[in-house]
Design a protein. Structure first.
Lengths: 114, 111
């Protein structure tokens, strides 16, 4: 299974600012995803990061708020833009080689917006 | 109806017993099924995945899939206190490559 390095592990940010989260995979993977997890809740998919093209966003998430880049098969970034306290959450990167393989997760980024 | 449903628990099991975790899904065409374990404050960790009807065993863990009844379960034999965690069921719906998660079942193993 792929090993994922995600950073930063945590941050405290001022409202109105932006934070970029990085996800580096130790091998080439087909699929990369970004999730959000509120305390005590399950995981909510934000978007699928597509290599070389625009990300595919889930209902309720838009590119202006959560721009995503994926320049190659091992790296992706998620930016949380114009942050408000409601954006405080854990953000998780996931990656895998597609159907027939398991998807693994990065260690997560705990974001607090004040 | 939620795409993936789990009993949120908490499920309490004595040490050494078998813990049984269940999950149902709504998309009959779903093709891949995963169980993740998540300790408090940590990210999800993949335990097992299963694609075919029947049982798949890995050490103390057994995943069971019944596509006709649209459920998947996870059995943990000889439960240990270190198994105490939230267990997340995830499904890849037909035609998709993304995981859809259930709400998770919190499991506590009592010494």
């Amino acid at each position: 299974s792929a090993v994922i390095s995600q950073k930063p592990s945590r941050d405290i940010c001022q409202r109105g600012t932006s934070l970029t989260i990085q996800c580096q995979v130790d091998s080439q993977v087909t699929m990369m995803f970004w999730y959000r997890q509120q305390p005590g809740q399950s995981l909510t998919l934000i978007a699928t990061a597509n290599q070389g093209s625009e990300a595919t966003y889930e209902s309720g998430f838009v590119i202006d708020k959560f721009p995503i880049s994926r320049p190659n098969l091992t790296f992706s970034t998620l930016t949380v833009s114009n942050m408000s306290p409601e954006d405080s959450s854990i953000y998780l990167c996931s990656a895998g080689a597609g159907l027939g393989y398991g998807y693994t997760f990065g260690s997560g980024t705990r974001l607090t917006v004040v | 109806q939620k795409e993936v449903e789990q009993n949120s628990g908490p499920l309490s099991v004595p040490e050494g017993a078998i813990a049984s975790l269940n999950c149902t899904y709504s998309d009959r065409g779903s093709q891949s099924f995963f169980w993740y374990r998540q300790y408090s404050g940590k990210s999800p960790e993949l335990i097992m995945f299963i694609y075919s009807n029947g049982d798949k065993e890995d050490g103390r863990f057994t995943a069971q899939l019944n596509k006709a009844s649209q459920y998947v379960s996870l059995l943990i034999r000889d439960s240990q206190p270190s198994d105490s965690a939230t267990y997340l069921c995830a499904v890849i719906p037909q035609g998709a490559q993304k995981l859809v998660f259930g709400q998770g079942t919190r499991l506590t193993i009592n010494p």
